[in-house]
Design a protein around this ligand. Structure first.
Ligand code: SF4
Ligand code: MG
Length: 322
């Protein structure tokens, strides 16, 4: 299967400055600190990790909305240069976490959805434009006459559908979804996930689906990447990850998903990790998970484990498998 996106050793570091007249850098936030993964055409790659792990920052970098400190992001095998950015924007779109904050409540739905069309000059024929807006609304299960209403008139779930319709306007190949259901009621989450799945089937879309827990991504992902403190610590097919999580962090995350415990015979015990996630200002040396890992060994304090891929495509960054 062909790779549509490829991330190579991506780092996104933010300087922390101090001083008013003589400003100097006093620290570095390593939000993304050596992330590599690829996304295959037509698949959904789930990207999972707790808050502060760098998943949203990685998502923004994939959109070229944030500058990488180092590393590369390839789209269809090529780097996105400034000259190619406008074309890239038609092909890769984003759906945001907060359907309240990301849609202007004082804009009509038709203008929200039509904005990308206007930006790209595709709004010249009024009749075609109207038809496209109606079609986009129908694609996400909304009624065409909703086009004349304002965003604030809609519920969270409906707003997220509007956000999806806007992302679809330019017929993208890839949609980066940053926790698109996290702000929604649990009863609405499944509906919105089903819309994503249905659109993928019909349009052959590729998704990068960011979430903070393994429960949400289970029903939509083909493969899953688990992130911890700015790194990908494990990547596997969805089935392999749920049946045989290798990284101690993934094992802990999975033990917190009640549904996953039912069919995983060997691991019913809830693994409670000690301590808090360290700040990305102070990334621990060696394996960055060693301060919380129940299986940590002496070498983990000094040696940083690389992400190693096994023949089945299951990759893990942990000295237990060296
Ligand atoms: Fe735990 Fe060591 Fe593996 Fe890190 S390398 S996850 S500390 S066992
Ligand atoms: Mg986030």
């Amino acid at each position: 299967q062909q790779e549509i996106l490829k991330v190579e050793d991506l780092k996104i570091h933010f300087p922390v400055m101090e001083g008013v007249i003589f400003r100097k850098q006093v620290a570095t936030v390593k939000a993304v600190d050596g992330v590599s993964f690829s996304v295959r055409r037509g698949e959904t790659l789930g990207v999972v990790g707790e808050s502060g792990c760098g998943k949203s920052t990685t998502g923004l970098a994939l959109m070229h909305m944030l500058q990488a400190t180092s590393g590369r992001i390839l789209f269809e095998g090529e780097e996105v240069t400034p000259a190619k950015l406008k074309q890239f924007r038609k092909r890769v779109q984003m759906v945001y976490q907060d359907p309240y904050g990301s849609l202007n409540p004082r804009m009509k739905v038709k203008d929200i959805i039509g904005e990308p069309l206007e930006v790209h000059g595709l709004d010249k024929d009024p009749e075609k434009y109207q038809r496209r807006i109606a079609e986009l609304l129908r694609m996400v299960g909304l009624l065409p006459d909703m086009a004349e209403r304002y965003a604030h008139e809609f519920s969270g779930g409906q707003r997220q559908r509007i956000g999806i319709a806007r992302a679809l306007a330019l017929e993208p190949s890839v949609i980066v979804c940053d926790e698109p259901v996290s702000a929604l009621d649990v009863s609405i989450q499944a509906q919105v996930i089903n819309i994503f799945k249905d659109l993928q089937r019909r349009l052959g879309l590729t998704y990068v689906f960011i979430a903070h827990d393994l429960a949400v991504v289970r029903h939509i992902s083909d493969r899953i990447a688990v992130m911890y403190l700015g790194r990908v610590v494990e990547v596997a097919s969805r089935d392999a990850l749920y049946a045989q999580p290798m990284h101690p962090y993934t094992q802990a995350l999975l033990s917190a998903v009640p549904e996953a415990n039912v069919d995983a015979e060997s691991r019913r015990q809830r693994i409670v990790l000690k301590g808090e996630i360290p700040s990305p200002l102070r990334v621990p040396p060696g394996c960055r998970f060693h301060t919380r890992c129940p299986a940590a060994m002496e070498r983990c304090k000094a040696e940083d484990p690389a992400l190693q891929e096994s023949p089945g495509g299951h990759a893990v960054a942990c000295h237990l498998y060296a």
